[in-house]
Design a protein. Structure first.
Length: 338
C-alpha cells in the first residue's frame, strides 16, 4: 500500500489516476488549488468521487506555495510522487504568462525540493507533446531534439524536463517524464477541442476550426494514459553508466532519468474527428474556418517504441470508441436529451 502524492488530483488526468490508484489499494494524497481556469464545479464533482474513499486525503493547496508544499512532504511520508498539476493550454499562455511561470516553473521547483528532502522512491511528472514545437520529422521520438518550442506552455514543459534531470543527477532522485499526446475522455477538460465541439454541437452553435481544418492530432484515451502511469510506478529509472549522449540517447541519461511519449500513435485528421462527433451527437456542425493560431502545431504523432519496450504499451481504445464514451458521459453529466 504505497503512499502516493498526486498533484492536480481534481484535474482530468489526476482524477482518473487517483481513482484507479485507490481502486488498486494505494493510499493517495491529492493536491489541487481548484482554480477557475475552467469550471470549478466540474473539478469539485471529480473530487466528490475521490473523497468517498477512506484512503484518499485531499489538500487544497497551490504547488507554487513553497512553505505549504515543504510542510506537506515533511508531514506525510510519500513514497511516490506523480506530479500532474500545471497551468495547461497553449493559447492561454499568450494571455496570462505569469500563471505558467508560477505553476509550471515555481511549482515544479517546489515539488523537486520536496522530493529532495523526503527520500522519494520515484518522481513521475507530466510533460507534453508540445515540447516538439517546430520539429518537422514525424513521428516524434524522445530521441529528437526539442530545443525549438513555439509556445510558453511548451517552454515550461521542456524546462520541467531539464529541471528534473538536474535533480536526478545532483540528488539521485529517479525521475520519469511523460510527454502526453492530446488526452481525451469522460470527465475531460472543457477547454479542449473535443469538449468545446461537443458542447457547441449540442447547443446548436458554430465551432471554430483552425488552420482551415488542416490539422492532425494523435489522440490518447484517458484509460491508456492512466494504465501506463500505474505500470511505470515500479519501472524506476536507473543511471546508465554506458550513456554517451548524442541524438540517439536524449530520452535516457547517466542519471536515473527517463522520458517517454504516451500517445495513440495514430494521428486523426480534424475533419474525421468532427465527423465522428457529428455521428455520436446526432448534430451537424456549422464550421467557422479560421487561420492557424500562434503556438499551435499542425500535426502531432507519437513514436511510442520506448514505452512499448518498457511496459508493453499498446493503445487499447480507438478514437471512435473513445469519443463515443465521452459523448455518452457528456449527455449524462449535463443532462442532454435528444
Amino acid at each position: 500500500m504505497k503512499r502516493i502524492l498526486v498533484t492536480g488530483s481534481a484535474g482530468f488526468i489526476g482524477f482518473h489516476l487517483s481513482k484507479n490508484l485507490l481502486d488498486a489499494g494505494f493510499v493517495v494524497f491529492g493536491v489541487d488549488n481548484l482554480n477557475d481556469y475552467y469550471d470549478v464545479a466540474l473539478k469539485k464533482s471529480r473530487l466528490d468521487i475521490l473523497e468517498a474513499y477512506d484512503t484518499f486525503t485531499f489538500f487544497n493547496t497551490d504547488v507554487s506555495h513553497r512553505e505549504a508544499i515543504a510542510d506537506l512532504f515533511k508531514r506525510n511520508g510519500f513514497e511516490v510522487v506523480i506530479h500532474l498539476a500545471a497551468q495547461p493550454g497553449v493559447r492561454y499562455s499568450l494571455i496570462d504568462p505569469d500563471a505558467y511561470v508560477s505553476s509550471n516553473l515555481v511549482g515544479f521547483a517546489n515539488i523537486l525540493e520536496g522530493c529532495r528532502h523526503s527520500s522519494i522512491d520515484h518522481l513521475i511528472f507530466a510533460s507534453s507533446s508540445s515540447v516538439y514545437g517546430g520539429n518537422r520529422e514525424i513521428p516524434f521520438s524522445v530521441n529528437h531534439n526539442v530545443d525549438h518550442p513555439i509556445s510558453l506552455y511548451a517552454a515550461t514543459k521542456k524546462s520541467n524536463e531539464l529541471m528534473a534531470h538536474a535533480y536526478a543527477s545532483l540528488f539521485n532522485i529517479p525521475c520519469t517524464g511523460l510527454r502526453f499526446f492530446t488526452v481525451y475522455g469522460p470527465w475531460g477538460r472543457p477547454d479542449m477541442a473535443y469538449f468545446l465541439f461537443t458542447r457547441a454541437l449540442f447547443e446548436g452553435k458554430p465551432i471554430d476550426v483552425y488552420n482551415y481544418g488542416r490539422m492532425k492530432r494523435d489522440f490518447t484515451y484517458i484509460d491508456d494514459i492512466v494504465g501506463s502511469i500505474i505500470k511505470l510506478i515500479e519501472k524506476i529509472p536507473e543511471a546508465d553508466p554506458d550513456w554517451k549522449g548524442g541524438g540517439a540517447e536524449t530520452g535516457s541519461s547517466f542519471a536515473p532519468y527517463k522520458i517517454y511519449n504516451i500517445g495513440g500513435s495514430n494521428p486523426i485528421e480534424l475533419k474525421k474527428f468532427i465527423e465522428i462527433l457529428e455521428e455520436y451527437t446526432g448534430r451537424k456542425a456549422e464550421k467557422n474556418l479560421l487561420p492557424m493560431q500562434p503556438g499551435d502545431m499542425v500535426e502531432t504523432y507519437a513514436d511510442v517504441h520506448d514505452l512499448e519496450e518498457a511496459i508493453g504499451y499498446e493503445p487499447t481504445v480507438g478514437i471512435e470508441e473513445g469519443l463515443k464514451r465521452f459523448v455518452e458521459w457528456y449527455r449524462e453529466y449535463y443532462g442532454v436529451k435528444d
